[in-house]
Write a protein that binds this ligand. Structure first.
Ligand SMILES: NC(=O)c1ccc[n+]([C@@H]2O[C@H](COP(=O)([O-])OP(=O)(O)OC[C@H]3O[C@@H](n4cnc5c(N)ncnc54)[C@H](O)[C@@H]3O)[C@@H](O)[C@H]2O)c1
Length: 342
């Protein structure tokens, strides 16, 4: 069983190339979502604790079983900790044996960007050039670097309630060929944007973006409304255009759409992610409609990410076997592991 550390993942991405890794990840996600019916799926298991949430996200097909352990603690940065950290595993379904255990904090940011960028590609206007980014925390740079792969992005208008986070974002993105516009409010950021990315962390129903700011033709990616009692859109936005969610059973508990009634969900949610990817439903149909990707993060995105890292770790011979599975020749002689001499 391979162990992939943060350093291993960084090495893997350096060897493969960041853009190539993102393109491959998008392809893996598209492949996996286009065989949606083959997966054993369920909404993630969430334990709500004071100040946050701890979740397990399993999914399986006939080949692999994967799960991710992930938290969301918006107050963590105040004590120098990250809001989101994660680990994950991929196992062989036939034998049930674990194949690889991996860091997934960075991998979550990469897969969230890849999954979001796929939706931008299918839903945003082709001539989109300006992004409004609200929330310049851990996910932010990954989002922008991913978006550059599918649209000719020239300008990023960004805003965060934390000035330090804005300075950090600016520093990290200086050499990416973008016009970086620091804004004094979310309204100012959204003003001339073609694509709006909202990735704030706050446990509450916060109107981070308002309906009156949303102009015809805009595409919105909402990432931070991903837990019961945690949303970022002023409610009327959900009546403005086509809404796409990953998995309606989970999204109606956790997404922006948690604030809609079952009837409103039925009427207003246009499609699940796989329906747009497979072409079962059309993405954007004209330059004036508003499109909304209400993302919560679904286990199948992590399945694709783990599958890609497993393939690349084998290709580049990365990761170590740290002996988590008993190395015994007689499968019934488990007690022998306790008698092994150093
Ligand atoms: N949908 C998904 O798949 C997915 C995946 C990963 C993270 N997330 C969510 O995305 C959000 C961001 O994650 P992160 O890891 O970047 O967190 P983070 O804590 O590193 O960054 C969040 C940023 O939002 C800022 N912020 C909070 N309230 C704000 C407001 N009202 N206006 C502007 N800025 C505000 C904070 O100052 C912080 O810099 C979290 O809510 C997280 O749960 C979703």
């Amino acid at each position: 069983m391979k162990i992939i550390t943060v350093a291993d993942l960084a090495k893997l991405i350096a060897k493969h190339g960041f853009d190539k890794f993102m393109q491959d990840l998008m392809n893996y996600i598209k492949q996996d979502f286009s065989r949606w019916g083959e997966f054993d799926k369920s909404p993630r298991h969430a334990v709500h604790v004071e100040g946050g949430v701890i979740e397990l996200m399993p999914v399986a097909d006939k080949k692999y079983y994967t799960f991710k352990y992930v938290n969301g603690h918006p107050q963590n940065p105040f004590s120098g900790r990250q809001t989101v950290v994660a680990t994950g595993q991929i196992s062989d379904v036939v034998t049930g044996y674990p194949l690889m255990f991996s860091e997934m904090t960075t991998l979550t940011a990469l897969r969230t960007s890849a999954a979001t960028v796929i939706m931008t590609d299918l839903l945003a206007r082709k001539n989109s050039k300006t992004i409004a980014l609200i929330g310049t925390g851990a996910q932010s740079e990954f989002q922008i670097l991913g978006h550059k792969l599918v649209r000719d992005i020239k300008e990023v208008r960004y805003y965060d309630t934390d000035l330090q986070a804005m300075l950090k974002f600016n520093k990290n993105m200086q050499d990416k060929g973008l016009d970086l516009v620091a804004c004094r409010s979310a309204k100012e950021a959204v003003d001339t944007a073609d694509i709006i990315i909202v990735c704030t962390a706050c446990k509450g129903h916060v109107d981070v973006i308002l309906d009156e700011w949303i102009k015809p033709g805009v595409h919105i990616n909402g990432l931070g409304g991903d837990c019961p009692g945690k949303t970022e859109f002023e409610l009327p936005i959900l009546f403005r255009g086509k809404i796409v969610v990953e998995y309606i059973l989970q999204s109606s508990i956790e997404g922006e759409i948690q604030r809609l009634s079952p009837e409103e969900i039925k009427k207003n949610v246009y499609a699940e992610y796989w329906e747009i990817i497979s072409g079962k439903k059309t993405g954007r149909e004209n330059d004036d409609e508003v499109t909304i990707y209400d993302s919560v993060g679904f286990a199948l995105e992590d399945y694709s990410a783990l599958r890609l890292v497993y393939d690349l770790a084998n290709k580049y011979n990365l990761g170590q076997d740290l002996g988590l599975i008993p190395p015994i020749s007689d499968p019934k002689n488990l007690i022998s592991v306790l008698h092994k001499k150093e």
